[in-house]
Design a protein around this ligand. Structure first.
Ligand SMILES: Nc1ncnc2c1ncn2[C@@H]1O[C@H](COP(=O)(O)OP(=O)(O)OP(=O)(O)O)[C@@H](O)[C@H]1O
Ligand SMILES: [Mg+2]
Length: 371
């Protein structure tokens, strides 16, 4: 990307040299960049300037009486406000000096030899100014990201209160009406009221799923040592009600590892995939979900295989999209958010997810995670 000089307008450069003629020469060379140039004749003066201005770069003469360039650089580096300002040391053409700069390698530092060559000076200064601009841009993006995360959190809060409260009123009143008056109703009216209650319940689920997806994006994951066997046991216990209804079973074939992970997110991951495995069952075929483990050198893969309705392989990329439900999901309850959540969780754990499926046969999910 070509950056025009006008882009440097907001940049401020401080030139420190005890000799007026050097300051004059530097200013003359640098003025083509059209940035604000400040010149001072001593280290003390430079210090007071750095407290009042946000400099993109300091050009610093090494040999000065009272405080030399290195002493000033030390002072700047020891102050939180000024430690990040890049410095170009300007020194006499003495090979010995080069070793001294090694100590400054950690910060953004370069050096120039006197007499200063205008082209070299300009190209070095431009590199630092561009670096400074990029850093400022990144900082602005970071601030914007934090702001949008914050509004997402607020949105989630608003959704939970402002949408769920009226919905709870609908659910509550429909239940009350059904309990107290359904005996007086025609079959048709009973059916309508049942549909109102069921729809409100579905919407309640949708909001809960959407909330947990939004929170994944807004809240930083909290990583601890998580025993995946315990997480899986919890998921199986929580699904046992559904298993009892349809005679299904979950078979854990291997012992899973303990990994650095967010325990709540791992629970959501297993619950969604195994929950799907039980939910999308073939008519007359009790669900059977098998969990197995494959270990590699630096990673492991958890495989979750079901014997359900399966899906067409060309539809597989779509299942991770938010709210996407395939044609095969007709007649099954759901919001289409489960696997979007799973994918996000896998990414947050530096993992990969792979799916193989055949319509009418079953589906295999493979989650590869780093050890
Ligand atoms: N094990 C599976 N067998 C067959 N189809 C599946 C399976 N898992 C997912 N699908 C398909 O992928 C779609 C997306 O799955 P996802 O879990 O995101 O949503 P859902 O189950 O419809 O709703 P929920 O948000 O309640 O989980 C499903 O609607 C279904 O079409
Ligand atoms: Mg699901």
């Amino acid at each position: 990307m070509i950056i025009t000089h006008a882009a440097y307008l907001a940049a401020k450069i401080l030139v420190v040299d005890d000799r007026k003629e050097n300051l004059f020469a530097m200013r003359k060379i640098l003025q083509v960049l059209e940035c604000e140039i400040f010149t001072v004749e001593s280290g003390n003066e430079a210090l007071s300037y750095t407290l009042r201005h946000d400099f993109s770069l300091i050009l610093l003469d090494v040999n000065m009486p009272e405080m030399d360039g290195f002493e000033l650089a030390e002072l700047l580096r020891s102050n939180e406000e000024t430690e990040h300002i890049p410095i170009i040391f300007v020194t006499a053409s003495d090979k010995e000096d080069q070793s001294v700069f090694k100590g400054y390698e950690s910060g953004a530092v370069d050096y120039l030899f006197k007499p200063v060559n205008a082209d070299i000076l300009l190209s070095k200064v431009k590199v630092f100014l561009e670096l400074h601009m990029r850093t400022k841009e990144l900082e602005a993006i970071q601030v914007e990201l934090e702001r949008s995360n914050e509004s997402l959190r607020e949105f989630a809060q608003v959704v939970s209160h402002d949408l769920k409260n009226p919905l709870n009123v609908i659910t509550g009143l429909s239940e009350l009406l059904i309990a107290k008056h359904s005996s007086e109703w025609t079959e048709k009216n009973k059916k309508y009221m049942g549909q109102i209650a069921a729809t409100a319940e579905r919407m309640n689920h949708l909001i809960t799923d959407l909330l947990s997806y939004a929170q994944l994006n807004a809240q930083p994951a909290s990583f601890t040592a998580v025993d995946l066997n315990e997480v899986l046991a919890q998921v199986i216990a929580d699904l046992s009600g559904r298993l009892g209804q349809n005679g299904g079973q979950i078979i854990v074939k291997d012992i899973l590892p303990v990994m650095e992970a967010d325990g709540t997110q791992m629970y959501q991951l297993f619950l969604n995939i195994i929950g799907n495995g039980i939910k999308y069952q073939r008519a007359g075929c009790p669900p059977n979900v098998q969990v197995s483990l494959f270990t590699e050198t630096n990673s492991f893969t958890i495989q979750i295989e079901d014997n359900g309705i399966g899906m067409r392989s060309e539809d597989i990329p779509d299942i991770f999209k938010t709210f996407k439900r395939l044609d095969n999901a007709k007649g099954f309850e759901g919001s289409g958010v489960g696997l979007a959540t799973v994918k996000k969780i896998v990414e947050l754990h530096q993992g990969e997810i792979d799916v193989q499926s055949e319509l009418g046969q079953g589906t295999v999910f493979q989650i590869k995670l780093p050890l």
